[in-house]
Design a protein around this ligand. Structure first.
Ligand SMILES: [Zn+2]
Length: 166
């Protein structure tokens, strides 16, 4: 497994750059869920409460919701690459690590990009529907990928090159 990064989102530690607001709010939400309510820290006379973080997290979420166009067209799909462990970018241009930056394709459009193979992945790529806002947490997105992959394997729609190599 990869080492724990020293700054979020691959930020260069020698800069004062800040992480993406939506992802920062997501991490804070996970932290609060793991740690529960109450006083988190007290350094000198400076207390930090769970609800301080929660208030900021909610404000961040509202800000992100306001600045994100409601783009949950049910007819659009994302392409997850198991081979690269990343999303396909817009119009087949490279890869993106977060689904909100991924390219959105019509189902017909995904076809022209699929069917590549490698020697290592049973299912090199899968098509998943654009996650609804309620499913855009990383756990739900992982679940969408897992379901799509399972469906492909169940349908026997797998990469023969990988099957031969194993
Ligand atoms: Zn592969």
């Amino acid at each position: 497994m990869s080492a724990i990064p020293d700054q979020p989102d691959g930020i260069d530690p020698h800069t004062t750059d800040l992480p993406d607001l939506a992802r920062a709010a997501e991490r804070i939400g996970e932290y609060i869920r793991a740690n529960g309510d109450g006083l988190y820290d007290l350094i000198g006379r400076a207390p930090l409460y769970a609800r301080d973080l929660e208030a900021l997290r909610q404000a961040a979420e509202q800000l992100v919701a306001l600045s994100t166009p409601p783009a949950t067209d049910p007819d659009l799909y994302l392409i997850w690459s198991h081979h690269h462990d990343m999303w396909w970018g817009p119009a087949g241009s490279g890869y993106r690590s977060h689904h909100t930056d991924a390219g959105r394709y019509t189902l017909a459009d995904t076809k022209q990009w699929l069917g590549r193979s490698c020697d290592c992945c049973e299912v090199p790529e899968v098509v998943v529907p654009v996650p609804a806002p309620s499913e855009s947490g990383s756990t739900s997105v992982q679940q969408l990928i897992a379901e799509a992959t399972k469906a492909r394997i169940a349908a026997g729609d797998v990469n023969r090159a990988a099957a031969v190599a194993q």
